[in-house]
Design a protein around this ligand. Structure first.
Ligand code: B1M
Length: 214
């Protein structure tokens, strides 16, 4: 972490406290001081969110605290976005992204979208709790070559399978590459449901997605 350990800790703490305004300033300062955007994301923001995740699981914090941390995360990511983008990349094609049916978690999806955009792929974001027919329709009418499905709950993992099945039924499965991810997802689950790729984090998702356009 070098000299930036204090900045990353501060960002993590501000995220946990849900201080949306202060965290924006802290992210701007870290960028000005020369911290790498990917480190601010991993060692500050994601690390803070995983502390909140642990506390949420143990019953030490509840939904309202998690929501204000999520709001701070969204502000901080928006501040970080321009720095995460690779300068001057021309769009190579389109991808579709959503959080699957029944699932409202969007922080990971938003990060994946941001990193994919940073690789020069245009992203059509279908939002959260996305019905399968919306995915099917988007694949039908768009030129998207990749579909990215995010799921954060063990109960909504199967919605990824249902989305893939819906594309098969519509005769569109082979038109696109399907990527899956989210905390409960594994490579073996991805294989089982017939996805083309699983990646554990936003940075690797962006690499793999970009490679589908080569
Ligand atoms: Co929720 N929640 N939540 N929650 N929540 C979890 C996921 C949970 C693990 C918390 C816990 O108990 N420890 C637990 C799930 C348990 C399980 O299923 N095994 C849980 C639960 C139970 C619930 C509710 C049921 C709680 C309730 O109401 N009683 C409820 C469900 C609502 C619903 O979706 N229907 C719920 C609600 C919420 C909030 C609304 C309060 C809020 C979401 C706010 C929002 O997203 N706007 C929330 C949050 C914030 C969390 C935790 C704390 C943090 C999630 C997060 O944003 N992480 C989470 C605990 C945890 O994960 N430790 C938890 C940071 C984010 C950057 O990581 O999303 O994992 P993540 O994304 C990563 C990778 O997974 C990957 O890349 C990202 C960055 O590297 N990735 C992909 C994600 N998508 C990808 C797609 C790809 C590739 C990689 O390719 C396509």
């Amino acid at each position: 972490m070098g000299n930036f350990a204090n900045s990353f800790n501060e960002i993590s703490e501000l995220l946990q406290k849900g201080k949306a305004k202060d965290i924006v300033v802290a992210v701007e300062n870290a960028l000005k001081e020369g911290a790498a955007p990917a480190d601010i994301l991993e060692k500050g923001l994601i690390s803070g969110m995983s502390v909140i995740g642990g506390k949420f699981k143990n019953g030490d914090v509840f939904v309202p605290e998690v929501l204000i941390a999520a709001r701070a995360m969204n502000h901080a990511s928006a501040t970080l976005k321009p720095a995460l983008m690779e300068a001057g990349v021309k769009p190579v094609g389109k991808a579709i992204i959503c959080t699957v049916k029944g699932d409202l978690h969007d922080i990971g999806k938003n990060l994946v979208r941001m990193m994919i955009e940073g690789k020069g792929v245009e992203v059509l974001d279908l939002g959260v709790d996305c019905p399968n027919d919306k995915i099917v329709e988007a694949v039908r009418v768009s030129e998207a070559k990749v579909v990215c499905l995010s799921a954060l709950l063990t109960t909504t993992m199967l919605s990824q399978k249902e989305a893939i099945d819906a594309l098969k039924t519509a005769g569109l499965r082979d038109k696109v590459k399907i990527m899956v991810g989210g905390a409960p997802i594994t490579q073996s689950f991805a294989d089982e449901i017939g996805a083309d790729a699983y990646t554990p984090d936003a940075a690797s998702a962006a690499e793999v997605c970009r490679a589908f356009y080569n």
